[in-house]
Ligand binder design. Structure first.
Ligand code: AMP
Length: 279
């Protein structure tokens, strides 16, 4: 696996990978890799000839009081996992390469980025969209793979690729979960033992609510019950539990397909997100 930090070298390396008509799938990450990320790499290897993974902790998608400085970083460990997963190339630019002095152009995500995590984290999706567009232009993959874990992000990236004519196929990968149902996340590392045990209440509440709504229960009441169950389970606050159109992300007050439960909740200083299909 090549580890590359320079854009001109990246272009040469990707051109070489593509020789003979070979395809490239990109998996963008912020590192601190877990089995969820690795499932995306495995998917990349199934759908393309080469898996390219990027690791970049993007400062512009963190708010001023968020965890940019504390975000876990261990490139040597990540690189070893990526070698085992069959990655061809690791793109690991530093902040100065991604945002050289004078960088002043960014993408603004309109309505898809306004609600849910966008409401709780102003500017977050503008930062995500801008860095993903830059990664697309840097790597020029045929395919890019994102996790369903970040459902709103996946919807925004699909729209970005279409709106700006990137000509890249965007694939969503299923959520990888721990045995107790908690979605794998780099941020789970922030949880104490007691918080980690309590966190299973989050997916449990979403799963119950999804079943109830699919079975015809009142949407407003079910969402309120889910919030209460998450708090009872040991969370300190709930940012949102919402029923959304799975594609447009429009809030739904009555069940119709395709629908997805979207949720974010805080336990201690850690903010966790999850989502669940309603079918
Ligand atoms: P991150 O490093 O958190 O920015 O995540 C990089 C990519 O991995 C994103 O497309 C995430 O949606 C995806 N991802 C993170 N956690 C999971 C998970 N538990 N299951 C599937 N994909 C995930």
């Amino acid at each position: 696996m090549q580890i590359i930090r320079d854009i001109a070298m990246l272009h040469r390396a990707v051109t070489a990978l593509k020789q003979g008509g070979k395809s490239v799938a990109l998996v963008p990450t912020m590192g601190a890799l877990h089995d969820g990320h690795l499932s995306l790499v495995h998917m990349a290897r199934r759908v393309a000839d080469h898996a390219v993974v990027s690791i970049f902790v993007n400062p512009t998608q963190f708010g001023p009081n968020e965890d940019f400085a504390a975000y876990p970083r261990d490139e040597a460990r990540d690189a070893a996992l990526l070698v085992d997963a069959g990655t061809s190339l690791l793109w690991a630019p530093d902040v100065g390469t991604m945002y050289p002095g004078g960088h002043s152009t960014h993408i603004e995500v309109a309505e898809l980025g306004a609600d849910y995590c966008g409401a709780a984290r102003p500017g977050h999706f503008d930062g995500v969209a801008t860095v993903v567009a830059k990664l697309f232009n840097q790597v020029r993959p045929d395919i890019a793979i994102f996790g369903e874990k970040d459902w709103q992000q996946l919807a925004i990236i699909r729209r970005l690729a279409r709106d700006l004519d990137f000509g890249i196929d965007i694939l969503g990968a299923p959520i990888a979960r721990d045995t107790d149902g908690l979605a794998l996340s780099s941020r789970n590392a922030y949880l104490s033992g007691a918080q980690r045990a309590a966190a299973a209440a989050f997916p449990a509440a979403l799963s119950m609510a999804a079943k109830a709504i699919a079975g015809g229960a009142d949407v407003g009441e079910t969402l309120a019950k889910a919030e209460a169950a998450i708090i009872r389970g040991g969370f300190d606050s709930v940012d949102y539990v919402a029923l959304a159109d799975a594609d447009s992300l429009e809030r739904l007050t009555a069940f119709r397909k395709p629908a997805r439960l979207l949720a974010a909740a805080r336990i201690g200083r850690t903010r966790l997100i999850d989502n669940w299909p309603v079918e």
